[in-house]
Design a binder for this molecule. Structure first.
Ligand SMILES: O=P(O)(O)OC[C@H]1O[C@H](OP(=O)(O)OP(=O)(O)O)[C@H](O)[C@@H]1O
Length: 178
């Protein structure tokens, strides 16, 4: 997966600079909300990698970084109900404020699951931040993402860490399939 996939027919929604500017504004909001609270920040791999790289240098509290790898879409464009754990964090979450950093809040199942899991691990508080929130009404009933830098329409999107069939996470800016 992820090899020799031709650039898909797509349109650009946001440039890399627009994403970076929006994440900088989001970081100010997170700095105000979480103030000086030390954080355990968990990058949700792979999608959250580029976003985490934009967000982290803009945060002003002490951050310990770790990563988790879970997948629901398995390099396809439709997610199943089951989440597959691939890598768990090494840092303890006990009594910590945990920041979950992911690329996209789509149907919300990934972050809903991870937020509940982090609380089960003993976190004191879990705050979730994403680069984009996809606009539709198929979200979880009881769970909302705490912060999103930008909104995207209800289309399959890729770039800035988000994949198209396992490829093009490296695309500069955010694109949607047409
Ligand atoms: O809100 P949801 O509908 O649950 O979808 C969002 C999740 O889907 C993608 O992960 P994926 O399972 O594709 O793994 P990846 O990060 O390796 O791409 C994305 O990175 C989010 O973690």
């Amino acid at each position: 997966m992820g090899h020799n996939i031709a650039w898909p027919e797509s349109k650009q929604l946001y440039t890399e600079q627009q994403v970076s500017d929006a994440v900088a504004i989001q970081a100010e909001e997170i700095n105000r909300t979480l103030a000086k609270t030390p954080l355990v920040a968990l990058c949700v791999l792979h999608g959250g990698m580029v976003y985490s790289g934009l967000l982290l240098p803009k945060l002003t509290m002490p951050v310990s970084l770790d990563a988790i790898r879970v997948t629901r879409y398995r390099n396809t464009t439709q997610g199943g109900d089951e989440l597959h754990w691939i890598t768990r964090p090494e840092l303890s979450l006990k009594n910590k404020t945990v920041l979950l950093m992911d690329d996209i809040f789509d149907e919300g199942k990934t972050l809903e699951y991870l937020a509940a899991w982090a609380m089960e691990q003993g976190a004191e508080r879990v705050y979730s931040a994403v680069m984009v929130d996809k606009q539709h009404n198929r979200k979880p009933q009881k769970y909302k993402v705490d912060s999103a830098a930008m909104a995207v329409p209800d289309e399959y999107v890729f770039g800035m860490g988000m994949d198209y069939k396992g490829a093009w996470r490296n695309a500069s800016g955010i694109w949607h399939i047409v």
